[in-house]
Write a protein that binds this ligand. Structure first.
Ligand code: HEM
Length: 244
């Protein structure tokens, strides 16, 4: 229905459905949780602890927040499919870059979800897989998280809202600072590799900020991002935050 002009008129009359709000709310909840999981994972890999914060606390938080992320991602994807606005189907949530709505940016969400699913499933089966195989899959976190951030900023209706920007900056900032700190633990062993990682992390943050400012924060991004023409009409309420 969302692909037709009639759909836009109907949606304009009724406004965003609760599912559209659920999509956006659960999306940000998932991003915050995912960022916390990545930070905790980095702390674990450095075996960090303090007198008031034992290692088992980091480990159990890492595990339990991962499982909570699964819950919010399930709500996120289900709500985005149930909501009629973007006209998404189960296929769009499984096959990356095939959707008619903001295909590249939505597709990155699908890639992030599938990588995250692989990481969670292999962690639950860790004792059967062996440490080496588990570790190789777990390293995909370094791809899954940035891909989820690009999905958030590229497709999110709320990207231009101050609260959303604040959450994006907080997630990226905390993960980047923890990553640079992690690379510094053990210095000067493999100093060249560590320094390259630090420079690459900082360069990625600068590149992300520059792209966000020149793309998603600019008027017209909804059209550039691949929003179907009928949803760009000023009457198509849910996209109203992003001017065509
Ligand atoms: C790791 C996986 C994912 C994370 C962390 C994530 C997170 C987010 C976040 C934070 C937003 C921005 C919400 C806003 O602007 O208020 C968003 C938007 C959205 N996501 Fe995801 N997402 C993921 C995967 C997916 C998948 C697999 C789908 C497939 C159906 C999807 C569908 C959507 C839709 C439809 C939107 C709203 C687009 C719009 O505002 O126009 N996401 N996501």
């Amino acid at each position: 229905m969302a692909g037709s002009p009639t759909a836009s008129l109907v949606l304009a009359a009724i406004g965003p459905t609760p599912f559209w709000y659920a999509t956006r709310g659960s999306g940000y909840a998932a991003l915050l949780l995912l960022s916390a999981v990545v930070v905790l994972g980095l702390l674990m890999s450095a075996r960090w602890h303090s007198p008031t914060w034992p290692r088992f606390l980091t480990q159990s938080l890492h595990r339990n927040l991962s499982l909570l992320t699964v819950v919010f991602l399930t709500i996120h994807v289900a709500a985005s499919i149930i909501d009629p606005f973007a006209g998404l189907t189960v296929k769009d949530a499984v096959i990356p870059f095939a959707a008619g709505y903001r295909p590249l940016w939505l597709g990155l969400g699908v890639v992030g979800l599938e990588l995250f699913a692989a990481i969670v499933i292999t962690s639950l089966l860790r004792h059967r897989l062996g440490w080496r195989a588990w570790q190789v899959v777990h390293l995909l976190s370094y791809v899954a998280w940035p891909v989820a951030v690009l999905h958030t900023i590229g497709t999110g209706t709320d990207t231009r809202q101050a609260w959303a920007l604040l959450l994006d900056v907080a997630c990226v900032g905390v993960v980047a600072v923890t990553l640079v700190w992690r690379l510094g633990v053990g210095w000067p062993k493999q100093a060249g590799l560590r320094a390259t990682g630090m420079v690459a992390s900082l360069a990625s943050v600068i590149a992300l900020a520059a792209w966000t400012a020149s793309g998603p924060l600019q008027p017209g991004w909804a059209r550039t991002a691949g929003t179907p023409a009928n949803l760009l009409s000023p009457t198509a309420t849910p996209a109203a935050n992003q001017s065509p």
